[in-house]
Structures are given as C-alpha cells and as structure tokens.
Design a protein around this ligand. Structure first.
Ligand code: C2E
Ligand code: CA
Ligand code: CA
Length: 527
C-alpha cells in the first residue's frame, strides 16, 4: 500500500468510525423523536375529532329536539322554542325550518318566508338521515361561512370554527376537511389551506423536514381533521447535523491518518528501530583479539558492537553513522561499556596485563561526559584504568581544541588513547603534531597493500617510522595473511589484529580463546 492509498484508507476508516456511531445516534434519536411526536400528534388529532363529533352530535340532538316540538311551525310559540334551543345548545348558533329548499324561519331570522332564502342541495346525507351543508353564506352577510345540519325540515346552523376551536399551547394548526371533496371547510388561523388539502391528498406523507402532518377521519361524518405541527427543532435539521459530523469525521480522519502514517514510517525507519534497540538493550559486543606480532599471543581485544535486527545482523558501518546523525551514539557507547564491564570484569581483574579497547565517537570526544561515565562505572570493579583503552577515529576530531582536551583527560585518568583508522583522513599528519596519544592503529587499507607493488604499499613503513619517532605503540588492523604479518613485524610493528589471528567473537568464546593460551611473557607496556 503506498502512502496515498494508506492515507485515503485511514481517512475513510476514521471518518466512518466517527460518522457511523454519530449517524446512528442521530438517526435513532430522530426516529424516536419522530415516533413520539407522531404519537403526540395522533392524540391531539383524536381529541380534535372527539371535539368535532361533540359539535356534530349536539347539532343532531338539537335537530331531534326540534322534530319533537308540537307547536305549529314558524308560529310565535314555535319561534320561541327555536330561540330556546339555539340558546341552550352550546355549539348551535341558529335553529330554523325549511321546506322545498327554502328557509321558512329561524330563531335569528324570525319568519323569513317572504325573504325567499334559498338552501342549496345538501352536501352530504349521514347514516342516520341528517343532511349536511358546508360553506354556506349566512343571511347576515358576515365573512364567516356557516354549516348546516338538518333533517325533516329542521336545521341548526353551526360555526365551522368550533370544529377546530381547540386550545393548544403548542399552537398546532388544525383543519377540518370534507372527505368527499377534499375541501377544507374549517381551519385555525394561519393555516395554508392549499397545503392542508395537499396533505389530505397525500395521506399526510409530506416531504417536509420541518412540519409533521397527521390526519384523523371521523367515523360517522364525512370529514377529517388534519393537524400540522412543527417538528422539534433539534432534529429537524438532522441532515445539517450529519454534514457537520461528516466534516468533523473527515478532519479527524485526516489527523489520525497522518498520525498513524507518521508513526508507521517512523517505526519503519532505522532511526526508530535504533531507539527501540537502545531501550531494549539489544546491542551486544564481540571481542576481536589484538596479538603481539612477536609471538602471536593475545594482549587485549577490541570491543565491537553488534546489532541483530529481526534475525539479521546490521553492520556497524551502517548503523553507527546513523546513530551519530540521530544523536544516539553516546547511548550506544554507554551500553557497549556496560556490556564490556559485565562480561569482562572478572577476566580483566585476573589478567591485569590485558585490556579491552572501546571505540568512541566524535560526540564522546567533545565533552568529558563519557570519561565521567567510565570512571563511575569502573569504580569498585577492580579493573585498572589502563585496561580500558579508548579508540578515537580521525573523524572525531572536528572540534580540535575540545577533542585535544578530552583526549588528554582520558590519558590523565590513565586510559591509553588509540588513534584509529590512521592515515584514512586527510589531516592525519597535521594532528599528529598537536595530539598526544598512546597507540596508533594502521588502517586495514594500508595493511592490504603491504608487500604489493601498488604505490600505497610504501605508506605502511612510513607510518610505522612516524609512530616510532613519536614513541607510540602500533597496532596493524585487518591482517589476513601471514606475509602481511611478517612484513609488518620486520618493519617494527609490535601488535596486530585481523582474521589471520582471530575474528571478532562473543564474550564466552573470547574467554575460552584466552583460556587456551597462557598470559604473555611481556604484557603491554604503555609509554
Ligand atoms: P574499526 O574500529 O576499524 O574496527 C575494525 C573493523 O575491522 C571491524 O569491523 C572488524 O570486524 C574488522 N576486521 C578486523 N579484522 C579484519 C580482517 O582481517 N579482515 C577484514 N575484512 N575485516 C577485519 P566491524 O566490527 O564491522 O566494525 C566496523 C566499524 O564500526 C569499526 O571499524 C568502527 O569504526 C565501528 N564500530 C564498531 N563498534 C563500534 C562501537 O562500539 N562504537 C563506535 N563508535 N563505533 C564502532
Ligand atoms: Ca576501532
Ligand atoms: Ca580501524
């Protein structure tokens, strides 16, 4: 998976991880709120229908009472009864008599035969024989329409407003609709009648995120009540809510993705693995014997750090420069020292003429830190300071003044200092004059060419001569062949190190190697 795909996938996954639960919660909460609201609306609609039916029932009862009146119709006594009825029944506004489509008289109109008030054909005939007229103009010319319910020549007039006249704290809108024509015949103030009619046609299923519609039909009468209510606001805009969370999820995904990516690429980097190896103390040390070229006996050993990562050894030439770059080299030096003391202190105590040489880096030569660590660690071990040598490479001589002081401090403390890889740097000769040291290690590249015709083959004898002039010991590195050893010996090199004598080996093996030979006659003398 490349970085881009990885980033895309992690953005997607974290967005999904953020979004799915939030989306689900919003959805469930929204559904729940929906259900509750719908239930509340249904109850409200039920109550409204009951109310509307009470109005109708009263009208019917009033008409039935009129039918039982014994007086002659429209006589003064009958009119008086009509007025009583209109007054007694709460929702009845007028009670009257009609014949052949003509209004004869009523409680409000009095005798009206001569006014020729016409009744249109009724809109509906109920199951129990009542006629219903909707939307009638009233004889007083008032803006409000009337609704009449009648039977056998008697009628009462009802204010359609009483069908929807329900006190409601939530200010829900109500409309009463004629179920056969789909016309709204009564509605509370503020109702969009057209919208209510559409709601009726669609059975209340409106694509409206803000409003909910509920319809309740009357059992007996041809009308229905439609309730319109605002949805509770928090979930009305759930789509916007989801969008916001989608953005949050995306941003989170981006952050998480790049974080994981960074952690992963750091994990994969050798720097990170070096750090981990340091934490876990995964570095080990091998010891390569340094021998006296005169008799081949071991005088000491160079400690060489080893790192096996995932079963594969990583060459120090690879990880040492990286550790230097990442500022980890001092920690490595410390762990090497720790190992050397743990593995070699017994042997060094028994064998005070032998030594172990430790490689240090430029950082270790800038300050006295490592010398202080070394001193502290050696305290109480019984190891003499002279038994721990310091190998400094020319690469470490960047800050010449500081290095000179530190090298001198090591020497003052009794630790012999070796100049490693001598001759490979360009300033070798110039610092030879300004540094005081104890051992000069001739680099393998010069040892490789001795005895050959190459121009460089003449370098080794010069270095040897120089070392003699300076009065320092010489260790020739990387001796692989007997004739190299012989040449070097003949030219006055005292010590050698290389596969000809022994390869670097783990502590236990090195101890066995030492056991096989007795202590050399002449140990190492430091001048
Ligand atoms: P170096 O200090 O010059 O160490 C000698 C290197 O030559 C070692 O390589 C050793 O195994 C190798 N060698 C010895 N004899 C022969 C031979 O006859 N033939 C051949 N071909 N090679 C031989 P190694 O162990 O791979 O270390 C490489 C370099 O890594 C060292 O060069 C040193 O600069 C650095 N190094 C090793 N251990 C440490 C350490 O603990 N601290 C520091 N700062 N650097 C270290
Ligand atoms: Ca070395
Ligand atoms: Ca070397």
């Amino acid at each position: 998976m490349n970085r881009f795909t990885f980033l895309a996938v992690s953005i997607f996954l974290s967005s999904a991880a953020t979004l799915v639960p939030v989306g689900l919660c919003v959805y469930i909460a929204q559904q729940d709120a929906h259900r509750r609201e719908e239930a509340a609306l249904k109850t409200f609609a039920d109550n409204a229908i009951i109310r509307a039916e009470i109005v109708t029932k009263q009208a019917e009862q009033a008409v039935a009472e009129m039918e039982r009146l014994p007086q002659e119709r429209c006589s003064p006594l009958h009119l008086e009864q009509l007025r009583r009825i209109a007054f007694t029944w709460r929702y009845v506004q007028d009670a009257g008599v009609y014949r052949d489509g003509m209004n004869l008289c009523s409680a409000l109109l009095g005798a009206a035969e001569d006014r020729r008030l016409r009744l249109p054909a009724p809109a509906w005939l109920t199951r129990n024989g009542f006629l219903v007229w909707f939307d009638l103009d009233n004889p007083f010319g008032a803006a409000r329409k009337s609704m009449l319910i009648g039977r056998n020549g008697n009628y009462v007039s009802v204010d359609p407003g009483s069908y929807v006249d329900v006190v409601d704290r939530d200010a829900r809108l109500l409309a009463a609709v004629d179920t056969r024509t789909g016309n709204v015949f009564s509605a509370t103030q503020g109702v969009d009648r057209q919208l209510m009619m559409t709601a009726w046609q669609r059975g209340g299923r409106m694509d409206d995120p803000v409003h909910a519609f509920v319809i309740k039909k009357s059992d007996d009468l041809p009308f229905a009540i439609i309730v319109e209510a605002r949805r509770s606001s928090s979930f009305a805009n759930w789509k916007a809510l989801l969008t916001v969370w989608l953005l949050v999820g995306l941003a989170l995904g981006l952050v998480l993705g790049s974080l994981v990516l960074r952690v992963m690429s750091r994990r994969n980097s050798m720097g990170w693995q070096l750090r981990r190896a340091l934490r876990r103390r995964e570095f080990s040390v091998q010891y390569q014997p340094i021998v006296s070229l005169a008799d081949g006996r071991c005088v000491g050993a160079e400690a060489l750090v080893r790192w096996v990562q995932d079963g594969r050894p990583v060459p120090p030439d690879v990880f040492i420069p990286l550790a230097e770059e990442q500022g980890l080299i001092q920690a490595i030096t410390d762990q090497v020292l720790e190992r050397v003391i743990a593995e070699m202190s017994d042997r060094l105590r028994q064998d005070p003429r032998r030594y172990v040489s430790i490689n240090v880096s430029a950082e270790d030569l800038k300050t006295l830190r490592f010398l202080n660590v070394l001193t502290a660690r050696l305290a109480g071990t019984g190891i003499a300071n002279a038994q721990i040598r310091i190998e400094a490479t020319e690469r470490g001589f960047l800050d010449v003044d500081a290095t000179r002081r530190v090298i001198q401090a090591f020497r003052d403390a009794g630790h012999p200092v070796c100049i490693d890889d001598f001759g490979t740097g360009y300033s070798s000769l110039s610092y030879l004059q300004s540094f005081r040291f104890d051992v000069l290690k001739i680099d393998k590249s010069f040892v490789d060419t001795v005895g050959q015709d190459a121009a460089s083959s003449s370098v080794a004898p010069h270095i040897i001569a120089m070392a003699h002039a300076l009065g320092v010991q010489i260790v020739a590195e990387g001796i692989e062949h007997a004739d190299q050893a012989q040449f070097l010996r003949e030219h006055g090199t005292q010590f050698g190190q290389g596969w000809l004598f022994a390869r670097p080996m783990p502590a236990a093996e090195f101890l066995r190697y030492l056991d096989r030979e007795s202590v050399p006659e002449h140990g190492v003398e430091i001048q």
